[in-house]
Design a protein around this ligand. Structure first.
Ligand SMILES: Nc1nc2c(ncn2[C@@H]2O[C@H](COP(=O)(O)OP(=O)(O)OP(=O)(O)O)[C@@H](O)[C@H]2O)c(=O)[nH]1
Ligand SMILES: [Mg+2]
Length: 345
């Protein structure tokens, strides 16, 4: 089968009866299936899909009972897809059905991910309030700043996209509702293409996007961003450092010994978390070499921190605490760059 169209639905009973014929028209001549992933919609959307399924074997229903979430619905749909290519789209006509064959065409030319983009020449949004524009723009900016993979597309938060089956889906869980970002992060080498489109107002029914989704999104980006994971681990290391030093001092250890032991403990702590979480190499081969290399990068980072503070203090008479803070930042950047390029590569 050439194509699976995954359509997550929640209370879309008004839209689905129109969407199916529209997709049928758009996909004439293509071997496809329409896979609806419905979270047991109270308005009976799943019942409508079930009826259609009886008449047309190309319509499939995945009804999830007792679970909700746009992201996880999309991921489950992609995993259950039988097509060589999988398009994900909304049910409310904000994503024009006529665009699906254009996404497919780009994929057949060799792209592994094809993004329907609102921010490409020829694309746009209709009928959005200023607030909604600002939120969407802020979401894209956040992704751009924090995730290198997001920079491969002009619309990294698009909910309308195609993926080739066989892409790496490991770790793609649909935690936030922007599954495209997770897929891009899990496939840094993927070839990405774009097709512009105009996002129109919802045809019928009500929006399910809320403040909770926006917060989830921010968490998702943080989770996916390696520099931020690195920084969070570093911050936890400061606590380990100070905590163990206090403990050792209370046990009567001399100051120098307590300090050095605490430093080494925090380095070991950070290193372990970087292995398991930030870089995910999980103590695989070469762990000893990486452990030593990490010491070198930490040392270089600490030295940078001190030099930056000292320079700012001597040359500009900057408040030493402020200098130290800027130094921490500079040291962090160097530490991250060295760790990434030399230790975990
Ligand atoms: N299965 C499932 N689908 C969902 C869920 N939440 C939203 N959807 C569907 O996902 C698609 C996008 O949701 P929308 O509410 O349209 O979100 P949006 O497009 O960002 O917001 P609007 O512009 O107001 O429409 C629609 O087809 C919804 O029916 C959910 O929890 N589970
Ligand atoms: Mg919508």
């Amino acid at each position: 089968m050439k194509l699976t169209v995954v359509i997550p639905t929640y209370n879309e009973a008004e839209n689905v009866p129109k969407l199916i014929p529209a997709l049928r028209r758009a996909l004439e001549g293509i071997d496809y299936e329409l896979l609806f992933v419905d979270d047991d919609s109270p308005d009976g959307t799943w019942r409508i899909v079930e009826e259609e399924q009886r008449k047309d074997a190309r319509v499939r229903l995945l009804r999830r009972v007792g679970r909700r979430g746009l992201g996880s619905a999309i991921v489950e749909g992609i995993r259950a897809a039988r097509g060589e290519f999988v398009v994900v789209m909304d049910a409310d006509f904000q994503h024009p059905p006529e665009l699906v064959p254009l996404l497919l065409r780009e994929a057949e030319r060799g792209a592994e991910v094809v993004v329907a983009s609102r921010y490409r020449q020829g694309g746009g949004v209709r009928g959005w309030s200023l607030a909604r524009r600002v939120i969407s723009w802020g979401a894209s900016l956040l992704a751009y700043l924090l995730l290198g993979e997001a920079r491969k597309t002009s619309d990294p938060v698009s909910g309308f996209f195609l993926v080739k089956r066989g892409l790496n889906m490991e770790g793609v869980e649909g935690r936030g509702y922007k599954v495209l970002l997770e897929i891009l992060a899990a496939n840094p080498g993927a070839k990405v293409a774009e097709v512009p489109y105009v996002f129109s107002p919802r045809a019928a029914g009500r929006s399910k996007l809320g403040a909770r989704d926006i917060a989830d999104y921010a968490l998702q980006v943080i989770w996916l961003s390696r520099p931020l994971r690195f920084a969070l681990v570093g911050a936890s290391g400061v606590l380990v450092n100070l905590g163990s030093m206090a403990l050792l001092l209370s046990l009567g250890l001399p100051v120098d010994l307590a300090s050095l032991t605490a430093i080494e403990l925090s380095i070991a702590w950070n290193f372990s978390l970087h292995e398991l979480w930030t870089f995910g190499s999980g103590f695989s081969r070469g762990v000893l070499r990486r452990y030593l290399g990490y010491h070198a990068s930490v040392l270089a980072g600490a030295l940078t921190q001190y030099l930056v503070m000292r320079l700012l203090y001597t040359l500009l008479s900057l408040n030493p605490l402020l200098g130290q803070l800027i130094g921490v930042f500079a040291g962090f950047l160097l530490n991250y760059a060295l760790s990434r390029s030399l230790v975990w590569r």
